[in-house]
Ligand binder design. Structure first.
Ligand code: NAD
Length: 416
């Protein structure tokens, strides 16, 4: 899909949600475009002694509800169209979970696998300086995304602070704990996924305890979701990673798999007491809850009909294609959409920012309790809107997100 298409898709989704809200055409036009887009080209002196010029972006979609927030992606496919679409989705995501941010996104077109640590640091610091004119702890707060991590966030924080002349920890989130990061941040997305799964079970009169769960992807989101599900009495019957999937209808020992098998040569495939199945077979397993937590476009028009789960909770971004969404809806399968289900990460980023601004840090239990509360408070209105408009849950989440942003935009009025 070209960059133009992703942006069009984000605008189409906005228009679909707007139909339920009777929004003025002028207002839709405002919401369909980013408030500010910055394109930067900057040189980096490579280890070889040669100069390479990189292109980077920071797009701020909407500031009506507060400063903008969104990740920074280092990837060869990053471009302005994709960054713009991602910034729009961040706006709706922050509004759905009702945290006081608008959406933003940024990135640099580069291949991190080809950069030395020294080159990566130089690229990060120069990019941070270039976008330093639009980011800030009260303006726009980046976070990690594909190709970036806590270490990169630490460099951005340090670079920004060097130019401010004092330490500004709140300028980015997802930092190491030692630099003002938050307890609970690493687990936050998976934790939010499980809160959504529990709420969905509750609404469907299903017991989460004893329920059968299948998790695709055993990385950050998937492994945390699977471990928390096990801790809370659910039976995780299958998991997968790029090496394939493993299945045991009596349940897998998730914590043991995480401690002993993930991250080592051969990975979860070394575990013996299970059947080895393919990722396709995993998606088609009979279960109560399916959690796709790997990559985008995994449930498509080709395999959606085979899905036998009662509930799908999207841990990954965009794991279900638009065609598959419709097939699952027609089959009566509830899909808890990504903009709600995986919002735990940005909620905890919000907590990190609040702690940084106050220079007052919370204990892990406080972070986790507050995260659960925010996720539950977000889930309720989306479920209500779904019933009210008789839609699927993705449309309902978009209606809530767009409605909150539209209301704030109208209330603030047009300057001057
Ligand atoms: P990760 O790289 O830690 O884990 C990804 C996992 O998926 C790995 O176990 C990998 O082996 C597996 N995988 C990759 N391709 C696969 C395939 N085709 N079939 C089966 N397994 C496959 O990534 P993550 O941080 O856990 O992110 C997972 C998804 O969640 C992404 O879509 C990401 O955008 C989304 N997400 C992550 C966060 C976060 O806080 N980490 C927040 C919001 C959304």
């Amino acid at each position: 899909m070209s960059d133009y298409d992703v942006q069009l898709m984000a605008q189409k989704q906005l228009r679909e949600a707007a139909q339920y809200l009777d929004l003025d055409e002028g207002l839709i036009e405002v919401l369909a475009r980013p408030k500010r887009s910055l394109v930067v080209n900057f040189p980096v002196l490579m280890d070889s002694g040669e100069v390479e010029v990189f292109e980077g972006y920071r797009v701020q979609h909407n500031q009506s509800r507060g400063p903008t927030k969104g990740g920074i992606r280092f990837h060869p496919d990053v471009d302005l169209g994709e960054t713009t679409a991602l910034s729009m989705w961040m706006t709706w995501k922050c509004a759905v979970v009702n945290i006081p941010y608008g959406g933003a996104k940024g990135g640099v077109k580069c291949n991190v696998k080809e950069l030395s640590q020294r080159e990566l640091e130089k690229l990060t610091r120069r990019f941070a300086t270039e976008i330093g004119i639009v980011i800030g702890d009260h303006a726009d707060i980046p976070a990690p995304d594909i190709g970036t991590n806590a270490k990169v966030m630490g460099w951005i924080m340090d670079t920004y602070s060097m130019q401010a002349g004092y330490t500004v920890p709140g300028v980015v989130t997802g930092k190491p704990i030692e630099l003002g990061g938050s307890e609970g941040r690493v687990e936050a997305t998976g934790r939010g996924v499980i809160v959504c799964a529990q709420e969905a079970c509750h609404n469907a009169n299903l017991n989460f305890e004893g329920s059968e769960i299948v998790v695709q992807g055993f990385g950050n989101v998937g492994s945390v979701a699977a471990r928390l599900a096990e801790q809370q009495g659910a039976k995780v019957i299958a998991i997968s990673d790029t090496s394939g999937a493993i299945y045991n209808k009596n349940g897998l020992p998730i914590q043991e798999l995480y401690d002993k098998y993930s991250g080592v040569e051969g990975g979860i495939q070394n575990y013996k007491d299970c059947d080895k199945i393919s990722n396709e077979e995993l998606l088609a397993l009979k279960c109560d809850i399916l959690i796709p937590a790997a990559i985008q476009a995994q449930i498509t028009d080709k395999n959606a009909d085979a899905v036998q789960a009662k509930i799908v909770v999207e841990g990954a971004n965009g794991p279900t294609t638009l065609e598959a969404d419709k097939i699952l809806h027609d089959k009566g399968i509830l899909v808890v959409p990504d903009i709600l289900a995986n919002a735990g990460g940005v909620v905890c980023s919000y907590f990190e920012w609040v702690q940084d601004l106050q220079n007052f840090f919370w204990e892990e239990d406080q972070v986790n309790d507050r995260l659960s509360r925010v996720m539950k408070n977000a889930y309720g209105p989306v479920a209500h809107t779904m019933r009210e408009h008789n839609t699927d849950m993705r449309t309902a989440a978009m209606i809530i997100g767009v409605k909150r942003v539209a209301e704030a935009t109208v209330m603030r009025g047009i300057f001057p």
